[in-house]
Design a protein around this ligand. Structure first.
Ligand code: PDD
Length: 277
């Protein structure tokens, strides 16, 4: 396949990263996962603006604009004949002799983007998935989409070992988000998800779903909720670029609500599906 690296389209086998790249040594970098439906980027501006925002928060000097990145990613999709899948892209603080402090300002970032075929998870969207709850052990800047994903990796591994799809993380008594998704509850037809602060990643799918609620007379609240609220919810779902609106039908082996996928999740799935077509 063809990848884009540091300004050039090259064969994947030619793409090499230095052993002292700061992404490799420190996780000192940022990334995005963007959906491709029908050969077209979905919500590319939002993702690329978030990438530039993550760069700003970490003082990584990104030398491309949203428009430039978009043009490059469109070429990449075409070169790889991608129809349904994702683009993964990341930017690290570049290469220098190992030292925790930032390198000189003129050190160029390391850029990489590649495509991957990823089908829509239709079977899981239809039937729902299972989850467990785990303590959120991550740092307090989860708003930055950084390569430092150890807390997320450990959380996902716990879900996998429990034969579940996702881990729902909590900090003290508050539900924050999934290992790689945002978490939503529905009670008495009102939809709720954690407010966008430093304890969650403000998902692009999350923002899209809020917009869809607001445009369709579905009450939506951005506010923290407790584990008790989660257990007591009528419906629960998660959202992400790859998972879309994914119903959760059991948590810690206990059925959510009636144990069936609820009407609000179904409605949001339909609205989301309409938005991507
Ligand atoms: N994960 N929260 C976390 C911690 C995430 O890693 C993600 C996305 C989300 C949802 O964000 P969005 O709707 O913008 O995809 C929330 C991506 C897909 C990943 O790491 O693969």
């Amino acid at each position: 396949s063809i990848v884009w690296m540091n300004g050039a389209f090259i064969d994947r086998s030619e793409a090499k990263v230095d052993i002292e790249d700061r992404g490799y040594q420190f996780g000192d970098g940022i990334y995005e996962v963007i959906r491709v439906y029908n050969g077209q980027l979905f919500t590319a501006n939002e993702h690329l603006e978030r990438l530039l925002g993550s760069g700003d928060k970490l003082s990584i000097q990104i030398g491309y604009s949203v428009e430039e990145f978009k043009g490059l990613l469109e070429q990449l999709i075409e070169k790889n004949n991608l129809e349904t899948g994702i683009v993964y892209m990341q930017v690290t603080r570049g290469v220098n002799s190992r030292n925790h402090a930032f390198p000189a300002e003129d050190t160029p970032p390391t850029y990489i983007a590649y495509t991957k075929e990823v089908a829509r998870p239709t079977e899981q969207l239809d039937n729902g998935v299972t989850a467990i709850t785990v303590e959120d052990i991550r740092w307090s800047r989860c708003d930055i989409k950084s390569l430092n994903l150890l807390g997320n990796v450990i959380a996902k591994q716990k879900a996998t070992e429990a034969d579940c799809y996702e881990s729902i993380q909590y900090r003290d008594l508050t539900v924050t988000e999934g290992s790689s998704s945002n978490i939503w509850i529905i009670k008495d037809n009102a939809v709720k998800t954690h407010e966008a602060n430093q304890f969650i990643l403000n998902g692009i799918t999350r923002q899209k779903i809020i917009e869809l609620c607001q445009g369709n007379d579905i009450e939506v609240v951005e506010a923290a909720f407790t584990i008790e609220d989660l257990i007591d919810a009528d419906e629960v779902f998660l959202s992400s670029t790859t998972a879309e609106v994914m119903p959760i039908i059991s948590i810690n082996n206990v059925p959510v609500g009636s144990g069936e996928i609820g009407p609000v999740a179904r409605k949001l799935q339909q609205l989301f599906q309409d938005a991507i077509e």
